[in-house]
Design a protein around this ligand. Structure first.
Ligand code: SAM
Length: 196
């Protein structure tokens, strides 16, 4: 069994076996509240979208959505979920993906950073900054935990700060109220603004 979560076959296997303890089956409440109070739209990237419930939600709210996942089985799940909006999802590796019109206005995070082995977190921080325009937003749900085993690989507040503060400032931070059991009590809604 593939054990390295940096490889697509790790995730293919889990989607194919329908072992998806991270899959919420719905849009997180903090995202819905953010979209309701935040008037700006624009191009948003959803990396590691999985089944991609948020893709339809963001598109219907007026965002121009590009969702990517490197797992073929995840893509199949997303396309099944999204139906006529399936064209918004494409197979790509976050670290190698060439956006056609980068930079993005926003990047949405949910269970993507915690899916990545800790050794690639530095690369994730740099890549996320590079994909966003100055003033662009990284918004979403972050998993805070100190269990060495994963995925999910939890992060510490100071560690996330160290990854992001060179390029971002934290502008929203609150507990998530509707986390699924796998993340309950350890998930926070955060918005980080890309510095100019
Ligand atoms: C824990 S799942 C979360 C899926 C989705 N964000 C959600 O909240 O349900 C992590 C997803 O990230 C994808 N993934 C992991 N590394 C990736 C990479 N380097 N590029 C693109 N997708 C990746 C996996 O295939 C998997 O679908």
């Amino acid at each position: 069994m593939a054990q390295d979560s940096s490889k697509a076959d790790f995730w293919d296997k889990r989607f194919r076996e329908k072992f998806m303890p991270w899959d919420a089956g719905r849009v997180p409440a903090p995202l819905a509240r953010f979209v309701a109070r935040h008037p700006e739209r624009g191009r948003v990237l959803v990396p590691g979208c999985g089944t991609g419930y948020e893709v339809r939600y963001l598109a219907q709210a007026g965002f121009d959505v590009t969702a990517i996942d490197f797992s073929e089985a995840a893509l199949e799940a997303a396309k099944g979920e999204l139906g006529p909006l399936a064209h918004l999802v494409r197979q790509a590796d976050f670290f190698a993906f060439e956006g056609d019109q980068t930079p993005f206005d926003a990047v949405y995070e949910r269970a993507f950073l915690c899916a990545l082995p800790r050794r690639v977190w530095g690369e994730w921080g740099g890549r996320t900054a590079a994909l966003l325009r100055p003033g662009g937003l990284l918004f979403g749900l972050f998993f805070f935990d100190d269990n060495a085993k994963g995925p999910p690989f939890g992060i510490g507040a100071a560690e996330l700060d160290a990854l992001l503060t060179p390029n971002f400032e934290l502008i929203e931070d609150e507990p998530a109220e509707d986390s699924i059991p796998a993340f309950a009590g350890r998930e926070r809604w955060q918005v980080w603004r890309r510095r100019a």
